[in-house]
Design a protein around this ligand. Structure first.
Ligand SMILES: [Zn+2]
Length: 125
């Protein structure tokens, strides 16, 4: 789902976007001329590879997703919050979900089997 940045509501609006069986559920609203606040959760299921044995696990997601979107270039020292720049004046929620999934997949993940063998593994080093 895409919406025009300038059409983002001034008061929190319900948000529910699904992409590849993962959903963003929450609210979004404009907090200034060039900032949109997303206050949501990422829920659903995704495949993730165990970084030890390579087996693919399906994990349940329940992640808080709070960030700001801006249609301008934001200098990092301007805000403590995470600000994501959008392109072409469009907020692309599918792309946001995809980006989050990629970040989750690049995280360190160990399957159940390997975490049970964790003690043995640590002794090897
Ligand atoms: Zn494993």
């Amino acid at each position: 789902m895409k919406i025009e940045f300038k059409k983002a509501p001034q008061t929190p609006k319900e948000l529910e976007v699904e992409f590849n069986s993962v959903k963003i559920v929450g609210t979004f609203c404009k907090i200034s001329q060039s900032l949109v606040k997303i206050d949501a959760k990422l829920i659903g299921n995704t495949d993730i590879d165990c970084c030890r044995c390579g087996i693919t696990d399906n994990i349940e997601l329940d992640e808080k997703l709070d960030f700001l979107l801006s249609d301008r270039i934001i200098k990092n020292d301007e805000s403590e919050d995470l600000v994501i720049e959008i392109e072409n004046g469009l907020i692309d929620f599918d792309e946001i979900i995809q980006g989050e999934l990629e970040a989750i997949k690049s995280d360190y993940h160990i399957c159940e089997q390997c975490s049970q063998n964790n003690d043995d593994f640590e002794k090897e080093f």
